[in-house]
Design a protein around this ligand. Sequence first.
Ligand code: DAH
Length: 343
Amino acid sequence: MKERIEQLRQEFFEEVKNCLSLDELNNVKVKYLGKSGQFTALLKGLKDLSPEDKPVFGALLNKAKVEMETVLENAKAELQSKSISDKLANESIDITISKNEQRVGTLHPIQLMQNQIIEIFEGLGFSVKEGPEAETDYFNFQALNIPSDHPARDMQDTFFLGKEILLRTHTSPNQARVMSAEKPPLKIVCPGKVYRPDSDASHSPMFHQIEGLVVDKHLTLCDLKGTLETVAKKLFGGETKVRFRPSYFPFTEPSVEVDLTCSACGGKGCSLCKGTGWIEVLGAGMVHPFVLENCGIDSKEYNGYAFGFGLERFAMIKYGIPDIRLFFENDVNFLKQFDKTED
Ligand code: DAH
C-alpha cells in the first residue's frame, strides 16, 4: 500500500509537470483525484483495511492528498499567468489602427457661410424672408419685368416642372413676393437654393443665393454701395473695396455688376483675380419702377435697391476653393476643414 501511494504520488507529480494547458491539468486532476480517480480509489479502499492499518495508511493518504492538491493549485496558478502573458505577447496592440470614434456632424461650409452673411445683414437691420423653391413663372420672371417673350429669359436656363411652375432660377422672386404682400419700408435678405441646368467647375445645377432688397424713400446707388461695402469689409477684411460697373438686369434700372478687391492679393493682381486685382461677386441695381408697380408699390413715392449673389462663389473666394463640385461630393475630409468646433 505504501509503495502504491508513493508510485501514484510520483506519477501524478510527473504528469502535472508536463501539463502545458489548464485543460491538460484538469484531465490529470480527474485521472487521480476525480470521483473514479486512481488516488480516490485508494482512499475508498481504506475501509477494507484492518483497524491497525487504517490510521497509518489513512494518515499517509491524507498527507499525500494535501501535497497533491497543493501542487495542483500551484501548477494551475502558473498556467493561468502564463496564458495571460502568452495572450499579451500574441495580441500586441497596434497603435497605428484608428480608434472607433463617434464623429459629431457639423454644419456644411455653405451653411456656415450663409449664417455668417445673414448675421452681418441682421446687424444692419435686415430681416430674413424665405420663399418656395418650386416657383411660379409669374414671380420668377414676369413680376420681375421678364415677360415670356423677353430675350432676358435666356440669361437663366430653366428647369420647368410644368407650364407655369419651375425650379426657381434665382432668389429674386422673393423680392416680388415680399413687395406684393407687405408695405414699405422693407429691408430683407432671402437665402435659398436655386436651380439652373449648368454643370462644370464653376457651375452647379443646384446652388445657393442670397437676395437683398431695400424699399424706402429717396434711396440712391450710394446707399447700395455703402451697404455692400460694409458687408464685404466684415467678410473679407477692412481693406476690401467695392467697385460698380454698368450692367443690365431687367428688374433694375440702373443695373450694376459689383466687384471686390481680390482678397488673395489685396488688389495687386494674382491668379485668382486673373491679374486684374478685382473679383466680380454680384449683380445689383435700383429696383425697376415696373417691378415696384407690378407689386403694387407706388414708384413715384418709393424706390429701392436690390442685389443678389451666389454663396458658393463667396465661399470659393474666401477659402480658395477651385471647384464648386467639392461642396456637393460629401467628402468628409473636405467638409471637416470648415468645422471650427474641431479646433
Ligand atoms: N437674380 C440675379 C441672378 O441670379 C442676381 C441679381 C442681380 C439680383 C441684380 C438682384 C439684382 O436683385 O438687382 O443672376
